[in-house]
Every structure is written in structure tokens, then in C-alpha cells.
Design a binder for this molecule. Structure first.
Ligand code: GTP
Ligand code: MN
Ligand code: MN
Length: 599
């Protein structure tokens, strides 16, 4: 067979995979449009995808109802010692996990084709980019990887004969018997057979049993966050769960902002925001992951390692995110949304009523106001090309990256946390990131609605090593000589009134807070020092229509009693999780915050 690479290590590894998993055929992906079309045909012919008449080159998939989201309790960080993985990751001894998984992998691709996907996270050939090779038996994964990463022969050319890559092994875990087919049912393994395994010391990923999203598209959370965060710690850079946006003032001055909000807290929305304030422009560099390195000039430069958006569909509308709606008009993969009779998609809060009878995400007939449950799974997603996004920044693929002026942290906090406050220093900013939390919505089954789930830096599920050491890495980065650190802000778009209404209109109106942050980066807007940090002086944030001065005052006040409870919760329930590894600076910030609140 004529192989597209002479990289011996790669060829040997692919051969080993094939021997272990015994696929019927092996295909090296070239990343071409023809290949994408071939995968589409295979999936449509197998009854696993529906072509959407209303959206050119777009498909709808319905996953198995058990395979709809990342499975955190089946996600492992397999390091030599338990301490290296840390108290907040699931740990198994790497040898033990490999033995278990090899049993599962044995013969698991029988009756299927094994695809070898060479992909680059980041522009092909850039210094900051990383090459991965995903081996998978899922054409759905091949298609999604085409959109989410840069795939193909060009990647193998850069890899050359001796280049390094991150091996990413994936199988849906559903071998086929002689003559058997999937019968139109999304193939996957049962939950107790699913493993999403990371070996950060070896820079290796093994995934088994799930075909969905972050479990199967291994370039995203597995490589670009879990493995990359461990590499970043070793090499002095940052791999973060952050959007990247470019903000241009009416005077034409550009600044770049990176923001970490936990999943489902608005990164994609903010990255594609359409400002309501005249003259301002927001452009998208990335909506989920940022890789950042300090340049020779001391500035922190960020690239988006991805090439597409894997965004939450429900709630996406022409009001909440018009740029996302325009990004998904063509060339899009939809997963677990509803289908209309005329061959379009529909979901909850898409901004218009369901046009007649639908087929819901489980494949059943569904009628708005009559049928039980939502038409679309709450975690249903679209996979869209970044290049199709009207707000994509012209320099989004610049291999140098964009210089970051400000970091934002945030989460869903109906009370206590103000609309915006600013850290007094980098270490204070690290403290702010370490206490990020979000209200548990009714959607999460295992946690009580209304409680706060802490998700430091929005990285708790994505850090490939000990979270205490991760905090220390942040602190240490700030201690380097000659670096220009971004200013750090904490934002909260999710404040509610006592009767449950939004206190802040959010979405495009968040541009008012971006304007203030822009001015702060120039040292312009006036602030007031408070126990929690710098707050905007009265009038520094312009008021959206429909918001009263009284609301503004509430959004921008320090709720002393609320913060005391917050501190007590962090002290009792959050910080103790990190044990000895919690940097002393963070414990000190907590103690000093407590005494300031009590003063
Ligand atoms: P992942 O892609 O899973 O990492 O999450 P994400 O951070 O990109 O979340 P996403 O942008 O998909 O968050 C979507 C949810 O946040 C939707 O329910 C939105 O309606 C809501 N949301 C986003 N911005 C705002 C806002 O400014 N105000 C309010 N009230 N809701 C918002
Ligand atoms: Mn998103
Ligand atoms: Mn995410």
C-alpha cells in the first residue's frame, strides 16, 4: 500500500492499532472536500444522518440517548502517581488502565473501517501548533474533525519523517458481526464500558465507547486542553478554556480579550457578540480554547487552536447570537436537534415557533405545547466552520497569535457577584479565577438546582494535572521579569431579581461592559476600591434601555453579607479540596478578603 507518510513511528503505531482492533480496512484521511462528501454519503446511506433540504451541505445526526455529552465520571488522568493527577481528576494507574482498555480494544473495529486522521491544532506549520493523529472507526468523527481542526496530507508533510505527534486512539466500541450493520442506530458502548483516558506523561489519548463531542473529537478537550495544559505547565505557557475576541473602539483602536466561563455560561455568545453601542466592533478569534505564550516583547499572545465551533444549539437565535445563526446556514453538522417537515432544524428558543410537527432528537413525532420534554437535547450542538462566521477576525489564523489585554472570568451567579469587578494584581486575578462558580441549572441531574458548582478558571473538567499545581503555574507566570500581564476582570451577566427576572439584559448589551474594560486597559475609566477589588465609579458603564439606575446600583454594589457567605463556602468546601498543593498566595487572598469584609 502506498502510504502518505514515511514517518516510521507513525506507520508502526497505525499498524499496531490495526492489529489490535482488526478493522476490515484502513483509510488515511486526506482532508479533501471529496472525502467529506464520501463520509456524508456513508452516514446518510446507513440511516445515521439526514440531509437538510434547507441548509446546503448540512446534516442532522441523532445520537444514542445515552451518548449525549462528555462523561466526566468516565474521564481519567492516568499518571504514574495519583498526586500528579490531583484530587479533582479521576485517576487510575496507567498500566492497569491500559490493560483494561486493551481488552476492550481487541477486535473492536471488526466490520468497520479504521480512519487515520492527521490533524493540526492551530495553523498548519505554526510554531505554537501541535500535530495529532486520531485513529477512529467513526465517519461522524472524521467529518467533525474536518470542520473543527485542520486535517489532511498537508499535516503529514509538516510532520515529515521524524516529527512528533500526539497519538489519539478512538473507537466507538461497537464491533459488527459478519453481515451485521448499525440498523440506523447510533453505535456506541454502554456507559460502564466508556473510557476517556489521558496519559499526560506520555502525551497520549485513548478513548473508547462514545461517539460524541468531547469524548470522540480528541483534538478538542482531550488534546487542546488536558494534554496541552500539562505541556504548557512544563514549557511555561497556557492552555485555557477561553474564548478570544478582538474589540475595536470607534477611534479604530484594537484590543484583545480572552474569557473563561464554565460550559454553557456564554463563551460562544460573547465571542460573537454584536455590540449595541454605536461605533464599537467585536470580532471572533475563538469561542472555546486559547493557547497563549509570552512573546519577546513581553506580551501574551493567544491563538485559537481550533478551526470551527462546536456550539450549544438551544438558545441560539437571531436575538442572542446572530453571527452563530449565520455561521450555520450551510456546511454544518447538527447533532440531537429537532427536524422540521420541510427539512430544516429547530430547537428551543430559536426565536420563532415550531413550524408544524417536528421529529424530536430521539426520532419521535413532536408538537410544540403538546409533546412532553424538549424537541432538542439541552446539549445538542452545531459543528460549523469558523470561516463561515461573519464576525471572524481577519487575523484569526495569524500564527503569531493576538496580544491579550484583558482576561475575564465569569459564571452564572444570580446574586452576590457584581456585573464587573477588577483584580488589583495578577495574583488577585488568579484568586478570582480560582473561585469561579456557576449556579447548577435544573439540567444537571446529579446536583441540586440552585447550588453553586465551583469550576476554577472553567478548567476543572479539563486540567490534565494536579489543579493545585495549575494554580501555582498561574502564580509563577506572573512572577516572570519583563512580562506585560493582562488585566483581570470578573463579570456576571446572570444577576436576577427576587422574582427571577434578569437584572441585566446581557448578550449585545454586554458591549457596555467591554467598553468599560477597554477603557480600564488604557487606565481611563474611574474606579472605586472595595474589599473585593476595583469597581466602576458611578456612570462609567452606560445604561442599556430598560435598565433603571436602581438596577445599575444593585448590579454594581458589593453585597457584604453575600460575600461573607461566599468566603465561608470557599473556606469550608472549595479550597480544602486542593490540600497541600493550594498556593499560599491564594489562601492569603482569601484570608485578607475575609478580614476586609469584616472590617
Ligand atoms: P461550552 O461551549 O459548552 O464550553 O459553553 P459556552 O460557554 O460556549 O456556552 P454558550 O455560549 O453556549 O452558553 C449558552 C447559554 O448561556 C445559553 O443558554 C445562553 O442563552 C446563555 N447566555 C449567554 N450569554 C448570555 C447573557 O449575556 N445573558 C443571559 N441571560 N444569558 C446568556
Ligand atoms: Mn461554546
Ligand atoms: Mn467548552
Amino acid at each position: 500500500m502506498n502510504l502518505p507518510t514515511k514517518n516510521k513511528k507513525l506507520i508502526d503505531w497505525v499498524n499496531e492499532c490495526a492489529e489490535m482492533m482488526t478493522p476490515d480496512a484502513v483509510v488515511w484521511c486526506d482532508g479533501s472536500e471529496a472525502e467529506y462528501q464520501k463520509m456524508s454519503d456513508i452516514m446518510v446511506d446507513a440511516g445515521l444522518a439526514v440531509r437538510l433540504k434547507k441548509r446546503p451541505n448540512s446534516l442532522l445526526f441523532r445520537s444514542d440517548p445515552s451518548d449525549v455529552a462528555r462523561v466526566e465520571n468516565r474521564t481519567y488522568i492516568a499518571t504514574k502517581t495519583k498526586e500528579a493527577a490531583g484530587p479533582t481528576n479521576n485517576w487510575i494507574d496507567p498500566n492497569e488502565l491500559k490493560a483494561t482498555m486493551k481488552e476492550l480494544y481487541k477486535g473492536c473495529m471488526k466490520g468497520r473501517t479504521m480512519y487515520v486522521i492527521p490533524f493540526s491544532m492551530g495553523p498548519v506549520g505554526s510554531d505554537i501548533s501541535k500535530i495529532g493523529i486520531e485513529v477512529t472507526d467513526s465517519p461522524y468523527v472524521v467529518m467533525n474533525m474536518h470542520t473543527m481542526t485542520r486535517v489532511g496530507t498537508k499535516v503529514l508533510d509538516v510532520l515529515g519523517e521524524t516529527g512528533e505527534y500526539i497519538p489519539c486512539l478512538h473507537s466507538i466500541g461497537k464491533p459488527l458481526a459478519e453481515g451485521e450493520n448499525d440498523g440506523g442506530q447510533w453505535p456506541c458502548a454502554p456507559l460502564d464500558k466508556k473510557y476517556i483516558a489521558h496519559f499526560p506523561e506520555e502525551r497520549l489519548i485513548w478513548s473508547y465507547g462514545s461517539g460524541y463531542g468531547g469524548n470522540a473529537l480528541l483534538g478538542k478537550k482531550c488534546l487542546a486542553l488536558r494534554i496541552a495544559s500539562a505541556q504548557a505547565r512544563d514549557e511555561g505557557w497556557m492552555a485555557e478554556h477561553m474564548l478570544i475576541l478582538k474589540l475595536t473602539s470607534p477611534e479604530g483602536v484594537e484590543k484583545h480579550v480572552a474569557a473563561a466561563f464554565p460550559s454553557a455560561c456564554g463563551k460562544t455568545n460573547l465571542a460573537m457578540l454584536v455590540p449595541t453601542i454605536p461605533g464599537w466592533k467585536v470580532e471572533t478569534v475563538g469561542d472555546d480554547i486559547a493557547w497563549m505564550k509570552f512573546g519577546d516583547d513581553g506580551k501574551l499572545y493567544a491563538i485559537n487552536p481550533e478551526a470551527g465551533f462546536f456550539g450549544v444549539a438551544p438558545g441560539t437565535s437571531m436575538h442572542s447570537n446572530p453571527n452563530a445563526m449565520k455561521s450555520i446556514e450551510k456546511d454544518t453538522i447538527f447533532t440531537n436537534v429537532a427536524l422540521t417537515e420541510d427539512g430544516d432544524v429547530w430547537w428551543e428558543d430559536i426565536g420563532y415557533p415550531a413550524p408544524g410537527k417536528l421529529t424530536d432528537w430521539k426520532g419521535n413525532e413532536w408538537e410544540e405545547g403538546k409533546s412532553e420534554g424538549p424537541s432538542s437535547h439541552p446539549n445538542s450542538r452545531f459543528t460549523a466552520k469558523a470561516a463561515n462566521c461573519p464576525s471572524i477576525a481577519s487575523n484569526w489564523e495569524d500564527p503569531k497569535g493576538v496580544p491579550i489585554d484583558a482576561f475575564l472570568f465569569g459564571g452564572r451567579r444570580p446574586s452576590v457577584i457584581p456585573l464587573v469587578h477588577e483584580a488589583d494584581s495578577w495574583a488577585h486575578g488568579t484568586f478570582m479565577g480560582s473561585i469561579v462558580g456557576s449556579e447548577v441549572t435544573a439540567a444537571a441531574l446529579d446536583l441540586k438546582a440552585g447550588t453553586i458548582r465551583r469550576d476554577p478558571m472553567a478548567m476543572l473538567p479539563f486540567c490534565g494535572y494536579n489543579m493545585g499545581e495549575y494554580f501555582q503555574h498561574w502564580i509563577d507566570l506572573g512572577k516572570q521579569d519583563g512580562v506585560q500581564l493582562p488585566k483581570v476582570f470578573f463579570v456576571n451577566w446572570f444577576r436576577k431579581t427576587d422574582d427571577g427576572k434578569w437584572l441585566w439584559p446581557g448578550f449585545g448589551e454586554n458591549s457596555r461592559v467591554l467598553e468599560y474594560i477597554f477603557n480600564r486597559c488604557d487606565g481611563k475609566a474611574k474606579t472605586v476600591d472595595t474589599p473585593i477589588g476595583k469597581m466602576p465609579a458611578k456612570g462609567e458603564i452606560s445604561m442599556p434601555e430598560g435598565v433603571e439606575q436602581e438596577d445599575m446600583d444593585e448590579l454594581l454594589s458589593v453585597d457584604l453579607e453575600g460575600w461573607k457567605k461566599e468566603v465561608a463556602d470557599i473556606k469550608a468546601n472549595h479550597y480544602p479540596k486542593f490540600g497541600e498543593k493550594l498556593p499560599k498566595e491564594l489562601a492569603e487572598f482569601l484570608a485578607s478578603l475575609e478580614s476586609k469584609l469584616n472590617a
